[in-house]
Write a protein of this length. Sequence first.
Length: 264
Amino acid sequence: MSLFRASPKDGVAWVTGASGGIGYALCVALAREGYTVVASARSVDKLEALTRESVGSGRIVAFPLDVTNEDAARATVERIEADLGPIAVAVLNAGTSLPAAGGRVQPALFERVYDVNIFGVVRCLAPAVEKMRARKRGQIAIVGSLTAYFGLPTTAAYGSTKSALNTIAEAMRFDLRKINIRIQIINPGFVETAMTRLNKFPMPALMQTDAAAARIVSGLKSGGFEVVFPRRLAWPMKLVRMLPHELRHWLLFRLSGWDKRNYG
C-alpha cells in the first residue's frame, strides 16, 4: 500500500508563512489546484490581500498565527478542522533569515531565527500530526533550503536551522510512514523574496516566487521525500557537498569573492 498523497477532495491545505514570498505564491497555486487553502502568518493585512487573489475553483481563508506561540498553533489547528474540515496537507513554510557574521556572534540573533525556523515548525507539526494520526492519513511538507547542505557566508543561523529541518524530516519519516503520513522536505535554491534581498553574496539561478510555488505543487503531487530546485543549482551543490571540507571551503571562499570582502 502506497503512502497517502493529498488531493483537494481529501481536505484543506494549510500553509504557514503565507504573508509573502514563497508562502503567498504557494497559497495561490494550491487554490488554483482546487484546494481550500488556509493561509497563516502574523500579518493580518497581507493575509486579507491574499484572500482577494483570483484563484479559480479554490479559495483562500486567512487564519492569522504567530508560530512562536505554541498554544496559538494548537488552537489554530483545532479551529481549522472545526470550521473547514480535515487538514489533508500542511506546508510548514514560516521562516526568517538574519545575516550572522562570524566576527560578531550575537546569541539573540540565533535565538530569534531558531525560534521561528525550527521551533515554529515543530509547534505546528505536533498538532497537525496528532490530527492526521487519528485519521491514519496525511501529508506534511517542511520548507528547508539548499543552504542546509553546507555553510555559506553569513548563513550560520539560517542555514543551520534548515539543516535541522532536513534532519527532523528524515528522522520522523521512519515513524510517520507507519501511520500513513507522508513527510517531505522542500529545499529551494535562491528565490526572489524580501529575505534573499538581504544577501550580500552572489545568488546563482535566482527564481521568481511563482516558479518556486509551481515546483512545490509538482513535488507535493509526485510525493518524493526531497523536493529540490532548481536542478541547475541543486546538483552542483550536491557535488560540492561531497568534496573534502578544506577543498570545499577554499572553493566557496574564492567563488563567492569572500576573500575580498569584510563582513566579519
